[in-house]
Design a binder for this molecule. Structure first.
Ligand SMILES: *[C@@H]1O[C@H](CO)[C@@H](O)[C@H](O)[C@H]1NC(C)=O
Ligand SMILES: *[C@@H]1O[C@H](CO)[C@@H](O)[C@H](O)[C@H]1NC(C)=O
Ligand SMILES: *[C@@H]1O[C@H](CO)[C@@H](O)[C@H](O)[C@H]1NC(C)=O
Ligand SMILES: *[C@@H]1O[C@H](CO)[C@@H](O)[C@H](O)[C@H]1NC(C)=O
Ligand SMILES: *[C@@H]1O[C@H](CO)[C@@H](O)[C@H](O)[C@H]1NC(C)=O
Ligand SMILES: *[C@@H]1O[C@H](CO)[C@@H](O)[C@H](O)[C@H]1NC(C)=O
Length: 499
């Protein structure tokens, strides 16, 4: 009866008008064609497949059926095809056998569908039992004559058990608790107690809850015959965090063999003082807000104290340069007389004073002294006093830069002697000696370079301004550390050595 009803569903197969569809009905006995002699018969099927199909029944009893699909072979014999017969043998505790015959509504006019694909049909029927082997055979009608090879195709299909995502809807599986979601949560309340929560099922009335840690097991039972969130405390004697929780239900259909559910013991969300006697807890509860506020005040005082110390430290740090003067670097700057004094020498002097903690010695500022001592004596004295001697070169010679900067102690009208060649010749012997060379630096403005007659200067460290300003600054500041702090000498020596 069921098969007939289901075959009606197959009747509703929608198709283009004129395309063959199937009409299936039960035919467990031999087909009428079997009795007749055929000169020509169609070939066998190309493919046969079986899968599970869940019918969305209105009732809660879901029927799980076979969805048998087959593909016709695309050859000329398809014109003779009238029907396909499918027989299913079930091998469980008892053997079952049933066949359906699917008539094609039209004769096949082409070997493939008008849309191009192979002729494919499917029949949904044959109720499926749990964990059963099915032998499914199919052959075309009219079938071969007696004593002839009958082309047929067969496949085996073993239905899964209740754990399958479709089979779990079998009534038997539902009764065994397959659709039951206990949603187990378990947490370690303290060293001696684990709290397990789970949802009971209306299917049964008894549950065993096990806590399993390596070889140790602790358990308790729960009695409840309704669907309800239940909570149980289980006493343990060992560390329980990470232990396995097993929930064993006892439902009538499966008894002791119902599907067990598992969970893991985690730490309970809020930390609870382990086993405080009730009166202690209430006393502690009364004092707790006070203790907490005291703690808060203490923390704030501590933070403020740390802040004050930090500020003090910071002030000390920032005031360091003003309170402790570092020695100035004495720098003797010599330059050719044609260099634009205002634009280049003054500018460079300012740079040294502002950025390199330097005390600059300039010929122009000491005309009176030079006149008194004589240029050679003055240069020799200044060279001894200076930490660094800078040869300043520039390409900016022109008439428009005769102003002086700062230290206006000399008469502006004085015609000045060019000290540069004299200084060069005087210091030349130092340039060839490694021990004195570190004192000399060449600074070039606007792409200038030591001229041919001063080629000895090429051995000195050379800086192009403003491109190499930072490097020059480092070189000069190293000079003081070199002379004031012994341990810096090594570092500075290497960075100040001639290139
Ligand atoms: C299929 O065809 C056969 C022979 O013509 C007929 O006996 C049977 O009732 C048909 N089955 C269905 C479901 O139409
Ligand atoms: C049956 O199987 C065929 C082929 O895999 C598929 O097209 C069809 O939708 C299935 N029917 C059901 C009810 O699952
Ligand atoms: C199907 O199962 C039967 C019985 O176990 C076996 O004899 C047969 O070889 C199987 N056929 C296929 C195609 O696996
Ligand atoms: C499981 O229980 C937790 C805690 O009671 C809840 O938040 C969660 O939504 C539940 N999950 C399901 C699938 O019922
Ligand atoms: C168990 O349920 C109780 C009461 O419903 C709740 O207070 C507790 O937090 C739950 N424990 C877990 C581990 O979900
Ligand atoms: C459920 O349990 C209660 C008490 O534990 C009992 O009175 C009731 O009859 C039980 N119901 C069923 C359907 O077993």
């Amino acid at each position: 009866m069921l098969l007939v009803l289901l075959s009606l569903a197959a009747l509703c197969w929608s198709a283009m008008p004129g395309e063959p569809t199937i009409q299936c009905g039960s035919e467990t006995g031999p087909s009428p064609e079997w009795m007749v002699q055929h000169n020509l018969t169609p070939g066998d099927l190309r493919d046969l497949r079986v899968e599970l199909a869940k019918t969305s029944a209105a009732t809660e009893d879901y029927s799980i059926l076979m969805n048998i699909s087959w593909i016709l072979r695309a050859d000329a014999s398809i014109r003779l095809l009238k029907a396909t017969k499918i027989c299913v043998t079930g091998k469980n505790n008892f053997q079952s056998y049933a066949c359906v015959r699917c008539n094609y509504t039209e004769a096949f006019q082409s070997q493939t569908r008008p849309s191009g694909g192979k002729w494919t049909f499917s029949y949904v029927g044959f109720p499926v039992e749990l964990s059963t082997l099915y032998l499914i055979g199919a052959h075309n009608i009219p079938n071969a004559n007696m004593n002839e090879d009958s082309p047929s195709l067969s496949v085996n299909f073993t239905s899964p058990g209740c754990l399958d995502h479709i089979m779990k809807y079998k009534k038997k599986c539902i009764k065994a608790g397959n659709l039951w979601d206990p949603n187990i949560t378990a947490c370690k309340k303290n060293e001696k107690m684990v709290e397990v929560n789970f949802t009971t099922s209306s299917l049964g009335n008894r549950y065993t809850v096990l806590i399993q840690q390596s070889t140790r097991i602790w358990f308790s039972q729960v009695f409840e015959n309704k669907t309800k969130r239940s909570s149980i405390a289980i006493l343990v004697t060992e560390e329980s965090e990470g232990a396995v929780v097993q929930l064993i239900p006892y439902f009538p259909t499966c008894g002791n063999d119902c599907i067990r559910r598992k969970g893991t013991v985690v730490l309970c969300p809020k930390t609870i003082v382990p086993f405080p006697p009730d009166n202690n807890r209430s006393v502690l509860g009364g004092w707790l807000p006070l203790l907490l506020s005291l703690l808060l005040v203490a923390t704030m005082v501590l933070v403020f104290g740390i802040y004050l110390m930090w500020r003090h430290e910071k002030i000390k740090n920032t005031s360091l340069p003003t309170t402790r003067l570092l020695p100035l670097i004495k720098v003797l700057v010599v330059h050719p007389s044609e260099i634009c004094f205002h634009h280049t020498v003054c500018y460079f002097t300012e740079f040294l004073q502002n950025n390199c903690r330097s005390e600059v010695i300039l010929e122009k500022w000491q005309k009176k002294k030079i006149a008194e001592m004589g240029p050679v004596q003055w240069l020799t004295t200044q060279k001894k006093a200076a930490d660094k001697v800078i040869f300043l070169l520039s390409n900016d010679a022109n008439a428009m830069c005769d102003d002086t900067c700062g230290h206006n102690e000399d008469s502006p009208s004085e015609n000045s002697q060019d000290l540069f060649p004299l200084a060069f010749n005087l210091f030349c012997s130092d340039l060839s000696s490694q021990t004195h060379l570190h004192k000399y630096i060449v600074v070039c403005f606007r792409g200038a370079d030591p001229k041919d007659n001063y080629s000895a200067l090429h051995v000195c460290p050379k800086f192009h301004l403003m491109k190499d300003a930072a490097a020059l600054q480092t070189q000069l500041l190293c000079a003081t550390q070199h002379m004031s702090v012994g341990k810096w000498s090594q570092v500075c020596h290497s960075s100040c050595s001639p290139l």
